[in-house]
Design a binder for this molecule. Structure first.
Ligand SMILES: Cc1cc2nc3c(=O)[nH]c(=O)nc-3n(C[C@H](O)[C@H](O)[C@H](O)COP(=O)(O)OP(=O)(O)OC[C@H]3O[C@@H](n4cnc5c(N)ncnc54)[C@H](O)[C@@H]3O)c2cc1C
Length: 435
């Protein structure tokens, strides 16, 4: 987990995270910076603090025009503050729909209609351009998404649970069980059982069936429609939009994870190095994007922690990797790990043991999660892209609800957790005969 939006106790998401146990007050880690860039002997730090960030951006500006753009950028950032998507009740249960917020649209329109990659070109300062093109938010996203993330970080609403994702998962699981929930893992579902237009339960790959009053499909929406519902139900608007492959194309990561006993305490949590061009198993790269986990004592064991190198991938990379035979894939992972280790030694200044643990690819996410084209979030929320708000129900099936990040781009844990809450509220409304 890199940042979790909704850690502030006054935010809507903050209330949900606390209710389900994902965040516990007193167990939140705050990071000083979002990322730091190293470019041609210069550095630029994206601090998680509005004033420090503004000073730092102005420090590197090479011209007044860029300083003016920095002022505009910071103005929107401060305006966004702890901006969040409304998460109290699902839109289906809102009787009087809120009026469109024209002030918000006016203020942010130029950030909605431009990708981060395009926005980078507005700057003449080389290090700002490079930073925006290689930020930990994919450059195909609209600037607004990057600004919202940074703004939440600066407002203290995007921190991390101590212990990372595994502790958050454990806490949520314990809360669920304490409320009477029963959790069965390692039991893949092969089908949702539908009888006379009503979801009756699920069939497991083992052949076992599980019946229930309601069924919630809490996994990738493509997997739900194509496999669990056997392509028998009319695709909704989601799939029509999806057919524009350029606009709705996927992205993901390759991650090489290393075990290390390096002293990382003086390092920024995420560092991005401009490198000489190098070949990464057939892909030309000029960036080394590194993240360490030494910021949290509980993620250090016997003096060792994890260092990761991230490589952005696109739909073409997914096709290439997924087409590899087992042996080709093993060789690809081995070479990728070795190359990234060499780059780490060259640019990150390795001063201790660094041992490759494993290389994770889009194929890993597909195998573990059944995620569409190995995506770890949804489509990038690009420029001029209408926000796809998808139905939480499937036309022609009662008692079935969908809950997962694909219901709203760009996904991520906030959308996933909201979708779970909304599904529960809709089931309650359904049971009471309200819908
Ligand atoms: C390296 C990495 C870092 C990330 N960092 C962040 C971050 O910092 N902040 C953030 O907000 N998000 C982050 N994300 C994204 C985040 O993990 C996802 O957005 C989120 O997990 C999506 O939740 P979900 O419930 O929709 O889907 P998932 O988490 O994929 O959950 C779906 C579950 O359904 C299971 N499943 C699928 N098919 C079946 C089946 N047939 N039968 C039974 N079970 C099935 C899957 O195994 C999975 O457990 C990160 C992702 C990755 C990979």
């Amino acid at each position: 987990m890199h940042w979790l939006i909704g850690t502030h106790s006054n935010s809507g998401l903050g209330r949900i995270w606390r209710e389900i146990g994902g965040i516990k007050d007193g167990d939140i880690v705050k990071l000083d910076s979002f990322f730091k860039v190293f470019y041609n002997n210069e550095t630029l730090t994206f601090y998680n603090d509005f004033d420090k960030l503004e000073c730092e951006l102005n420090r590197v500006c090479v011209c007044d025009k860029d300083k003016e753009e920095v002022a505009r950028f910071m103005d929107v950032l401060r305006y966004l503050g702890m901006f969040e998507i409304p998460s109290d009740i699902p839109p289906e249960l809102i009787i009087e729909q809120p009026k469109p917020d024209f002030a918000f649209a006016r203020k942010t329109i130029s950030f909605m209609t431009r990708t981060l990659g395009d926005y980078a070109q507005r700057f003449e300062t080389p290090i700002i351009r490079y930073a925006l093109e290689h930020a930990p938010v994919n450059k195909r996203f609209c600037v607004l998404y990057f600004a919202e993330t940074l703004s939440n970080l600066c407002s203290g609403n995007a921190d991390l649970p101590r212990g990372g994702s595994s502790v958050a998962i454990r806490n949520v699981t314990e809360r669920f069980k304490a409320l009477g929930g029963k959790l069965i893992t390692g039991a893949p579902v092969s089908e949702i059982i539908i009888e006379d237009g009503i979801a009756k339960g699920i069939k497991l790959e083992s052949g076992q069936t599980v019946y229930g009053d309601y069924t919630v499909a809490a996994c990738d929406i493509h997997h739900t429609y194509e496999k669990l519902l056997g392509n028998k139900y009319a695709p909704n608007a989601f799939f029509d939009d999806n057919s524009d492959k350029e606009k709705y194309s996927t992205y993901s990561y390759i991650i090489a994870a290393f075990k290390t006993n390096m002293d990382l305490h003086s390092r920024d949590v995420a560092e991005i190095y401009h490198t000489e061009k190098f070949d990464l198993s057939g892909k030309e790269c000029d960036v080394l994007s590194v993240r360490h986990y030494a910021y949290d004592e509980s993620l250090t064991n016997d003096g060792y922690t994890v260092l990761q190198v991230f490589v952005d991938t696109d739909a073409a990379d997914y096709q290439r990797i997924s087409g590899m035979s087992r042996s080709e894939y093993a060789e690809f992972k081995r070479r990728t790990g070795e190359t990234l280790k060499c780059q780490l030694e060259k640019y990150y200044g390795v001063n201790g043991d660094v041992e490759l643990i494993d290389v994770i690819t889009p194929r890993t996410y597909e195998r573990y999660l059944n995620s569409y084209q190995g995506s770890f979030m949804t489509f990038p929320l690009g420029a001029k892209m209408a926000q796809p708000l998808y139905a939480r129900r499937v036309d022609g099936i009662d008692k079935l609800y969908l809950a997962n990040q694909w219901l709203m781009a760009p996904g991520g844990t906030p959308i996933a957790v909201m979708s779970g809450k909304f599904a529960a509220q809709l089931i309650a409304a359904d049971a009471e005969g309200v819908i």
